[in-house]
Design a protein around this ligand. Structure first.
Ligand code: AMP
Length: 283
């Protein structure tokens, strides 16, 4: 496994052997089994696997969140080596955004609700860094987690609109045995908060169970989630949503298919999670 930092060094290694397929797994490091599930899928589907590790400052709307985001390149590299990864790109912010940098990518409608409404500028940061990653790494396939459901919709829209010549592969959410979705931010929770954090998975499962039992009213399904979260003293709702999985527009009245999603503060750690019911959205 080769660890690169500069664009030139990454590209030299990426293009060293002609004719091979490459899978790219974009990450912000602090890797866990959720990230590794993407790496394993990429390992099976491509001749070579690259992983990018970059805590992208432009997608953080909260400076404290950026400052305390966990970072450990050595530990990440050890995990990736064990998974048979070929190439890492771990650039500095100065490499990605050198002096004089001025280009951004804006995806319009699907960035407006949910995370976009609560994290101003977040998806412009995401779309811009992912576009740059795709240009630098030139993968045949790029792997993303359903954990960041809106991010998947935004990236697919960008890939379609700008005709990036690659396939987006979406991988299921990896959870702890008690249902908590794996997240690098989980390490910031103290033991009491860690226990309280199970409320996200419980609330989403309750909405899925209600849907499976025949409940179709969007407000009632949302209330099923908000009531459960309200019962957890350490949890504070940022948003709770039952939206269309394709357009991400909030649902009203009877629902056929829905993306249940939420952002909830546990103490001062903001966690997101989601589950989908009904017809799967088109790939
Ligand atoms: P991040 O490092 O948080 O930017 O995540 C990098 C990629 O890993 C994103 O595509 C995430 O959606 C994905 N990911 C993060 N957590 C999980 C999880 N628990 N299960 C599956 N994929 C995940």
């Amino acid at each position: 496994m080769i660890i690169t930092h500069t664009i030139e060094d990454f590209r030299a290694n990426r293009h060293a052997e002609p004719g091979l397929t490459w899978g790219l797994v974009p990450t912000m490091g602090a890797l866990h089994a959720g990230h590794l599930s993407l790496v394993r899928r990429a390992r099976v589907e491509n001749d070579r696997v690259a992983v990018s590790i970059f805590v992208n400052p432009t997608q953080f709307n909260n400076p404290d969140d950026l400052a305390r985001y966990p970072r450990d390149l050595d530990a990440d590299a050890a995990l990736l080596e064990a998974e048979g990864v070929d190439l890492i790109w771990a650039p500095t912010p100065e490499i990605v955004y050198p002096q004089g940098y001025q280009t951004t990518v804006t995806v319009a409608e699907v960035t407006k609700p949910l995370e976009g409404a609560h994290r101003p500028g977040h998806f412009q940061g995401v779309a811009t860094i992912v576009a740059k990653l795709f240009n630098v790494c030139q993968p045949d396939r790029a792997y993303f987690g359903q954990k960041d459901a809106q991010q998947v919709v935004v990236i697919k829209q960008m890939v379609r609109d700008l005709a990036f010549p690659l396939e987006i592969v979406v991988c299921p959410i990896v959870r702890e045995p008690d249902g908590l979705a794996l997240s690098s931010r989980n390490t910031l929770l103290n033991p009491t908060e860690r226990q309280a954090a199970t409320v996200l998975g419980r609330a989403l499962s309750a909405a899925v169970d209600a849907y499976d039992a025949g409940q179709r009213d969007a407000d009632t399904l949302r209330k099923t989630m908000t009531d459960l979260i309200a019962a957890e003293p350490l949890a504070h709702i940022d948003y709770v949503s039952a939206a269309d999985p394709v357009t991400l527009e909030e649902l009203d009245g009877p629902v056929q298919r829905a993306l249940f999603s939420m952002a909830v503060f546990i103490g001062d750690v903001r966690l997101i999670d989601n589950m989908t019911v009904g017809n799967e959205p088109a790939a």
